[in-house]
Design a protein around this ligand. Structure first.
Ligand SMILES: [Zn+2]
Length: 157
């Protein structure tokens, strides 16, 4: 299930881009979300960890350290940003879909029978478990809706 993420771009989203961060994680891309760090701290973190810093705040360009690290995104709807990122980073929205927790970026693992049984409702098929927050993921209506959106983004690349 888990495909290699070696060589795949990794991201750091500024605090305003929480929605985008969740979708990049849904597509399996290693993505951190900023909290209260300063621009200077975020640029240093991105550079030190080999991440692209994504922001809608053009003032980031005033920092020398932003060069080659920060990508300023237009303030537009998520579908348009996904199309832009898909082209810019050659993102494959489907190859690693649903291998990471959308909430905390942790790599998902196969759920144990005990974890599946602990859920209040019976779960179908392959169930994945987040070792960080304990959330379970399975192919239900929510994931199917998300997958359809990822498929649209993949088609728009
Ligand atoms: Zn989690």
């Amino acid at each position: 299930m888990a495909m290699s993420t070696e060589g795949a771009p990794r991201f750091l989203c500024d605090a305003m881009l929480g929605g985008l961060a969740r979708w990049l994680r849904a597509a399996g891309y290693d993505t951190l979300l900023a909290r209260r760090e300063s621009d200077r701290e975020l640029l240093a973190l991105a550079a030190a960890t080999g991440r692209h810093f994504l922001t809608c705040d053009g003032t980031i360009r005033e920092h020398k350290a932003a060069r080659g690290v920060a990508l300023v995104l237009p303030q537009t709807k998520l579908d348009d940003i996904a199309e832009l990122l898909g082209r810019h980073f050659a993102i494959d929205w489907l190859a690693r879909a649903f291998t990471r927790c959308v909430l905390d970026n942790a790599l998902l693992e196969a759920a144990t029978a005990e974890q599946v049984a602990s859920h209040p409702h019976p779960l179908p098929g392959n169930v994945l478990h987040c070792p960080a927050c304990g959330r379970l993921y399975w192919e239900g209506s929510h994931l199917s809706r998300m997958r359809r959106r990822l498929e649209r983004w993949q088609a728009a690349r």
